[in-house]
Design a protein around this ligand. Structure first.
Ligand code: BTN
Length: 234
């Protein structure tokens, strides 16, 4: 475990570390979100990156990012957070507000850096007004709010357990639990880096591909890297 005060991004520090090392920082000056977005990382939140080994070329590899989202959900549930759901691929929402997000980077073969941001008692809306009404924090969901060290311990233990579960038993059980976390089927719009299509999100298949029911009732599968953005639509 490598703990720091302020860093640019914990994912970038973790890039140089071996498997099963993790980096936590009190704050990030250049916290990174998906699609080159900035991730507000003020003091009081959990900003954590864990280095997870993956076996190259294994079909299980594509499941690791989703399994990491599941692991964070399990940890948050164990801390007492109810009504949690995931939005593909691994946003973690409570009451449609974002409680946590994951950014998975691969800097070297065989290792994934799983970056996890969880709003705990930080105040993201004060840092960026565009986040007003968009974010959830553990401090507003749990009394008393758990110390950062407890949240971190739960998350790292859960990540290790899901990684072992994938290694020992394959993806079937993890996928069942991941698919149970999307909530009700929803209409979504997929940006395929150019074409935009609409349909009903019905989960992920055994290869981790996003599964969509089109308006003509046919089922389509999309590789995660082919989908630039998923937006839930009314
Ligand atoms: C997202 O939802 O867009 C992903 C957000 C991921 C944020 C975490 S905080 C720890 C790690 N370091 C970063 O710079 N980003 C991730």
């Amino acid at each position: 475990m490598h703990e720091h005060d302020a860093v640019s991004s914990t994912n970038l520090l973790a890039a140089r570390l071996p498997a099963w090392h993790a980096v936590r920082a009190e704050s990030q000056t250049a916290g990174r979100g998906r699609f080159q977005r900035t991730w507000v990382s003020d003091r009081g939140g959990l900003w954590l990156s864990a280095v997870i080994p993956i076996t190259g070329g294994s079909p299980k590899t594509s499941i690791v990012p989703l399994a990491s989202g599941l692991a964070v959900c399990r940890a948050l549930r164990a801390l007492g957070v109810d009504w949690i759901r995931m939005r593909w691929p691994n946003d973690i929402l409570v009451n449609n507000r974002k409680l946590a997000g994951l950014l998975i980077d691969q800097f070297v073969p065989g290792l994934l850096v799983v970056g996890i941001g969880i709003n705990v008692s930080n105040r993201p809306e004060e840092c960026d007004q565009a986040l007003c009404g968009q974010v959830a924090r553990l401090a507003d969901l749990l009394t008393p709010v758990p110390p950062l060290a407890d949240v971190m311990r739960h998350v790292l233990t859960s990540l290790e357990e899901s990684s072992k579960e994938l290694e020992d038993n394959g993806p079937a059980n993890l996928l069942r639990d991941i698919n149970a976390l999307w909530g009700n089927n929803r209409m979504v719009q997929l940006d395929l880096d150019g074409p935009v299509i609409k349909g009903e999100f019905v989960g992920v298949d055994t290869a981790g591909r996003l599964t969509l029911r089109s308006t003509d009732n046919t089922i389509q599968f999309y590789e995660p890297h082919a989908v630039r953005l998923l937006r839930e639509i009314p």
